[in-house]
Design a binder for this molecule. Structure first.
Ligand SMILES: NC(=O)c1ccc[n+]([C@@H]2O[C@H](COP(=O)([O-])OP(=O)(O)OC[C@H]3O[C@@H](n4cnc5c(N)ncnc54)[C@H](O)[C@@H]3O)[C@@H](O)[C@H]2O)c1
Length: 338
């Protein structure tokens, strides 16, 4: 069976999806849609056999299509995904899945009722670097996780409709939930600030708290002249630095740590430090989005669960919603029951 696919949204990100789905084995890209004629024409010139629609609903109701990919602005995800599911199509939605946990749950229920796949594109999960970190965590190489500390800052594209949390922290949250197998935070506290008349936070610091004392901290900014994409993952055995700006050596594993002991004869704490090797693993070099396209097609065919599944998307959206509520209340913690 060849999965016949249509893509809605040909702005900044959509053409990357078009390129990857046009090449994905097991799938056939049949149609695209965008409100903008110039964008439709550019794709039509590159892919002359693809059908182009101005109206997304015409694509959604195209009887030949099995699946719809949605790469439109965040506030349209829920509406388009719901229409596509109601029309009996499998759906892949760009990150974030929707604008609230209520919307995501409704889409998940609808997909389950209709026996359709609902997936979200958290692209980073399909990179060699994040795959390697997950493997290290699962194999116990890092030990018990103590912290996840991520900085994702640059001079970003300001958006008048959603904050930097929904644009950038979404990536760190998806990586966190993926590598930890969905570790559940008990509360979230976030602060953020707008530095423009738009009133939308362009700088935010989000902290997640866990029952076992682990902490996750995410710094997100559109107002930094320097681009930093760095995540530190510290455990009881080792620490990993993931630097996505590095061209090849994206991951370094530090075999250093400490042990605290209290010898009985001495009534004080002793801390032993251990400085070991630094290891740089070889990573698989592949385009992450091609992994997304293959996972989507494969799971439609097999009924399997994709890496970037809707359940993970729900955790991400629920935390961002709570973070936004906390920002409105100057960092007051918001309890979570994920
Ligand atoms: N996975 C990633 O790393 C990644 C990177 C960038 C953007 N994104 C996501 O991709 C999505 C799109 O972002 P973007 O930066 O490409 O936005 P964009 O504004 O550049 O493009 C959106 C496009 O959707 C079209 N559109 C809007 N409503 C439509 C409708 N009803 N029917 C047909 N076309 C419609 C617009 O005309 C526009 O061309 C967002 O959800 C964003 O978060 C993901």
């Amino acid at each position: 069976m060849t999965v016949k696919i249509g893509i809605i949204g040909l702005g900044y990100w959509g053409p990357n999806l078009v390129r990857n789905f046009a090449q994905a084995t097991g799938g056939q890209l049949l149609a695209v849609s965008d409100l903008d004629e110039g964008r439709r024409n550019r794709i039509a010139a590159q892919y002359p056999t693809i059908q182009c629609f101005a109206d997304a609903e015409a694509l959604i109701h195209h009887t030949d299509l099995d699946a719809v990919v949605i790469a439109t602005p965040i506030n349209s995800h829920y509406d388009l995904a719901k229409k596509a599911l109601l029309a009996g199509k499998h759906v892949l939605v760009e990150k974030p899945l929707a604008t609230s946990a209520v919307e995501v749950r409704e889409l998940m229920n609808l997909a389950a009722e209709k026996g359709l796949l609902l997936m979200v594109d958290h692209t980073f999960l399909y990179t060699g670097a994040v795959q390697k970190i997950k493997e290290l965590v699962e194999q116990g190489e890092i030990g018990t996780l103590n912290y996840f500390d991520s900085t994702r800052i640059n001079l970003g594209l300001f958006n008048p409709n959603w904050s930097v949390v929904w644009d950038l922290a979404v990536h760190d949250l998806s990586i966190f939930f993926y590598i930890t197998g969905g570790k559940k935070p008990v509360s979230v506290s976030a602060v953020g600030q707008s530095h423009t008349a738009m009133g939308i936070e362009d700088l935010a610091y989000t902290t997640l708290f866990f029952e076992d004392g682990m902490m996750a901290h995410i710094a997100s900014s559109w107002i930094s002249p320097v681009k930093i994409r760095k995540t530190l993952i510290g455990g009881s055995k080792k620490m990993v630095i993931y630097d996505d700006v590095e061209p090849t050596e994206k991951i370094k594993i530090y075999d250093s740590g400490f042990t605290v002991r209290t010898p009985e004869e001495m009534h004080r704490w002793l801390v032993d430090y251990r400085f070991g090797d630094i290891f740089i693993p070889k990573l698989e070099q592949k385009e992450a989005l091609s992994g997304v396209a293959h996972d989507f097609i494969h799971c439609i065919k097999t009924g399997g669960t994709p890496l970037s599944n809707a359940g993970l998307g729900l955790q991400v959206v629920a935390v961002m919603e709570a973070a936004q509520e906390s920002i409105r209340n100057q960092g007051a913690p918001v309890k979570l029951s994920l």
